[in-house]
Design a protein around this ligand. Sequence first.
Ligand code: C2O
Ligand code: CU
Length: 457
Amino acid sequence: MQLSRRNFMASTAAAALLPNISVAQSATVLRAVPGMQHIAPEGFGETDIWGYEGGVPGPLIRVPQGGRITRTFRNDLPQGSSVHWHGIRIDNKMDGVVGLTQDAVEPGDTFSYDFTVPDAGTYWYHPHNRTWEQMARGLYGPLIVEESTPPEVDRDDIFLIDDWRLNRDGKIDESFGQPMDWSHAGRIGNWITVNGRAPTVQTVKQNERMRLRLVNVANARIFDLALDGLQGWIVALDGQPLDKPIAAERLTLAPSQRADLIVDVTAAEGENAALVMLDRGEAFYLAQFTVEGRARDAQMPEPEALPQNPVPALGDLETAQRVDLLMEGGAMGQMRGAVMNGEAKTMGELAENGMFWALNGMAGLPDEPLLTAERGETIRIKIINDTGFPHAMHLHGFHFRKIEEDGTQGPLRDTILVERNKTAEIAFVADNPGDWLFHCHMLEHTAAGMLTWVKVA
Ligand code: C2O
Ligand code: CU
């Protein structure tokens, strides 16, 4: 999935010429269907994936900011599914959460998604039913909302980084629902792909400027990344521009998080450059670049901030509604029991039902929301991680800011990694009515109890 600057410019220009972009897109179908694809290392055969339009990743959806997306989702999988548009501040009815905002789209059925996208940035889409299985089989795709004035770059590339658990034949390891995964760190895989393929070697030029849109689409793996032979700046996180680009030497990407980098090739002709994954000291290349020739004589000036999106500023934090969210459970945790479907259960009884985690003493989606907000109200949630594992908490429908102890506000994000035995406070403006899921994006943790919801009147 490489977008040359020319293609990119052409598509932007074409979009500008269309009086109503939604008309041109209205008939498009997005079909979830099993397929075969070569994702495994060399020497292995094809893998039995599930993909949008039969491939991994699904087709790139690219629209201008403020544009409309219409897709008829068709489910040709052997089980119910849906589409969730991760990170988009969306009409609640279009959020795709089975069991909260819609019913599952059963095999052979369709569902029409139709919404506008208020914010420019890097987003993605994936199912929201049995997500732990469906995403592990390859169901996800990229969604880019273009800035009206994009930054000056030579290339604009997306990296959907995935972690697969394959068996010795290169097929999907069918060990879904393993209590060991559900009660520990989740389904950690044994093979990494970028855009559904083994990492590749690409040719670049010295002083070339690239925009790298990194997306962690893995079920549970946290990626620790570094740049080599490249000078980079983070310009956006989870789709939302930073006030000021920050130097990107190292960067952590938890499940579902995104980072937009502007990167200059500083390595000279004949040298190598790479995007490196640091995993317990051993380096693995997510992308390797061979430098051939020069794009320009000197490096371009430092990048400027991307234009801000129309996200409302936080209200008064002193008078904001405050809620605590206690995370408990998992292996090596202290949890004795929790309420499930309105009934108190012991840890043993929970485990029999595939539940290992709880939020405020509730395992699984509770009947009552974590909080009810008036429209436009500012909400503070203190997340207390009393477990032996890190969790990537994702709030649907809103971007929030981390509130540091001294009151400083962090960048806008839709997913926050809360380390084990740590506390983190977030705040957001509840400006979008509806029922919004709030869950751990380590998908086995969601399945095993780590989810709740927020109601905005
Ligand atoms: Cu990426 Cu609840 O979703
Ligand atoms: Cu978790």
